[in-house]
Design a binder for this molecule. Structure first.
Ligand code: AMP
Length: 544
């Protein structure tokens, strides 16, 4: 199905540890910036990369860094400078993931928070430091950070750091590192100041640019919503709710995200399914068939999985994760609006991805307008209008004889308007605790002193009670016999843990991997608590 030869991470000749990390992060193929930079960096050369957040640049420098670090040496071997605390934390998280199988540790250091905790962490020994320039310099001056053993320096979002007035701090930090280091500079733009730093502190750097200036996005409605990462699922739910008849193709970067989003949508009652590179041909066919037959109307996929997909009636393409390059944007949105039908392309943009959006807009010449997510009220209005149309279809069809008797009995006791209003409420807002098969009443209470938790993994994923006990006990450090009341359902599980350990268990287990799957963990809702479509409430009328 894939015509062109796709480069894989194996083609770079990476170590098994890094290949394992990449696989567990759910990356299928390298992004364009990774394709270009990883071989150059592995060869030990300096690099100037023109790329912004959202392109996969952290792994582009992170993978070669992890390969270069010698675990047996003590002391910091790589330092990454980033303009903001948020970016430092995110890059450190990504570095920790890439370095985990090799046993490496990355620490974020930034201002505005306790320096003592950072000092203690540094004392324990870390291989990689990701920091904002001011705080890094602070540590150097306190002699709590020694850069003499540094092999690699990264200046991430260099233009931003310059704009923020960090140029002197950066040059002072660079002088603390050995001259024979490898230096990597990433910047969305290349102003004079950047080129000066490059000239002075880098050795014949290779310049890498992800270009592409002859693209045109198809003429369909294109909007973007500014959404924080943690609100994306709610935003997607809203979109689906307000387009009851819609058929959605949702794109995520990684296989894990695809699994995650699809299973969370299912939990919320949507007819959703996933598709990614781990699927066999038979599984792909089966998902596609469900989508074609309208048994599934939200398909969540990675770029790779969606390549070559032959489905024509997609009303909405949703970039749940912003495309890593303009080409990918154009390919993705081209999946809708086919065969002369209208289509909508929606892109979720987190605040730090605005530059990537700008690049996509410029290169693809796409007219992507800022949109406002529908409010709860607007969603309801749209659903009522849809419901009215559907009811009219049923009225025209007149095949409801078997319900006439009960309708007449009910309207004898209840005024017709109230009966109808109650039915509408039932239909549009659902039962207070969601659908019976999803939140079984018998299993929603915890024993005294225990807290009941809810996890998004179940029988369909082959999970066993012993796996859950092991994972919780190991990750949260609580005894195995304190984990009780396990109830495994098709796609989710309930489990009781001691109430005073519940927070800790959620902290360690949420987003962790159990039996190869990322799970979401939260406190189970108490019996009879009010539900709504934002949580497990089902949208009964979508069932076709
Ligand atoms: P960054 O540009 O480093 O902020 O990365 C943007 C997002 O893309 C992050 O969530 C990464 O984990 C993800 N990512 C990086 N490389 C890949 C890849 N090869 N395949 C899929 N996702 C990736």
């Amino acid at each position: 199905m894939l015509e062109e030869k796709v480069l894989t991470f194996k083609d770079f000749g990476l170590s098994n540890e890094v290949l394992r990390a990449v696989a567990s992060m759910g990356f299928e193929v390298p992004t364009p910036i990774q394709e270009k930079t990883i071989p150059v960096l592995l060869a030990g050369r300096d690099i100037i990369g023109q790329a912004q957040t959202g392109t996969g640049k952290t792994a582009a420098f992170g993978i070669p860094i992890v390969e270069r670090i010698d675990k047996s040496l003590r002391g910091v071997q790589a330092i990454i400078l980033a303009p903001t605390r948020e970016l430092a934390v995110q890059a450190a998280e990504e570095m920790n993931k890439i370095g985990r199988p090799k046993g490496l540790h990355a620490l974020p250091v930034y201002g505005g928070t306790s320096i003592l905790r950072q000092i203690n962490a540094l004392k324990k020994g870390v291989h990689i430091v990701v920091g904002t320039p001011g705080r890094v310099l602070d540590h150097i001056e306190r002699k709590t950070l020694d850069l003499k053993g540094v092999k690699v320096v990264v200046l991430d979002e260099a233009d931003e750091m310059l704009d923020m007035g960090f140029v002197d701090d950066i040059t002072r930090i660079l002088k603390e590192t050995p001259a024979q280091r490898q230096t990597m500079l990433f910047s969305a733009t290349m102003p004079e100041g950047i080129l000066r730093i490059a000239k002075r502190y880098m050795t014949s750097p290779e310049k890498i640019r992800i270009a592409g200036d002859t693209l045109t996005a198809p003429k369909i409605d294109q909007v973007f919503y500014e959404v924080r990462e943690e609100r994306k699922l709610d935003a997607l739910s809203r979109l689906i709710d307000s387009n009851d008849e819609g058929r959605f193709l949702v794109f995520c970067h990684t296989k894990r995200d695809v699994d995650d989003v699809a299973s969370n949508l299912k939990l919320r009652g949507y007819e959703a399914d996933a598709m990614h590179g781990d699927f066999t041909q038979a599984q792909r066919e089966s998902v596609l068939k469900k989508f074609r037959d309208s048994r599934v109307d939200v398909l969540v996929a990675t770029d790779v999985a969606a390549r070559g997909l032959d489905i024509s009636d997609i009303s909405h393409v949703v970039n749940y994760a912003i495309p890593q390059n303009p080409e990918s944007y154009v390919h993705r949105v081209g999946r809708t609006g086919r065969a002369g039908r209208g289509g909508v392309a929606v892109t979720f943009v987190t605040p730090r991805e605005e530059r990537q959006l700008r690049l996509i807009k410029t290169v693809s010449k796409a007219d992507i307008k800022r949109g406002k997510l529908p409010t709860g009220e607007e969603v309801l209005t749209a659903r009522i209008s849809n419901l009215k149309n559907r009811i009219q279809e049923f009225i025209d069809d007149k095949r409801f004889d078997k319900f006439l008797k009960v309708a007449s009995e009910m309207t004898a006791d209840i005024p017709p308007m109230e009966a109808l209003a109650a039915l509408l409420k039932f239909q549009l807002e659902g039962l207070s605790s969601g659908p019976a098969e999803e939140i079984p009443q018998a299993d929603s209470g915890a024993a005294y002193g225990m807290a009941r938790l809810f996890m998004t993994v179940g029988r369909e994923q082959g999970i066993r009670a012993a796996d859950i006990v092991d994972a919780i006990s190991k990750k949260a450090g609580i005894p195995k016999d304190s984990v009780k009341g396990i109830n495994i359902f098709d796609t989710f599980t309930f489990v009781d843990v001691p109430a005073n350990a519940a927070e800790k268990v959620i902290e360690f287990m949420h987003q962790s991997i159990i039996s190869g799957r990322k799970v979401a963990v939260s406190t189970a809702r108490p019996r009879g608590s009010s539900g709504g479509s934002e949580k497990y409430g089902r949208k009964p009328f979508r069932a076709r």
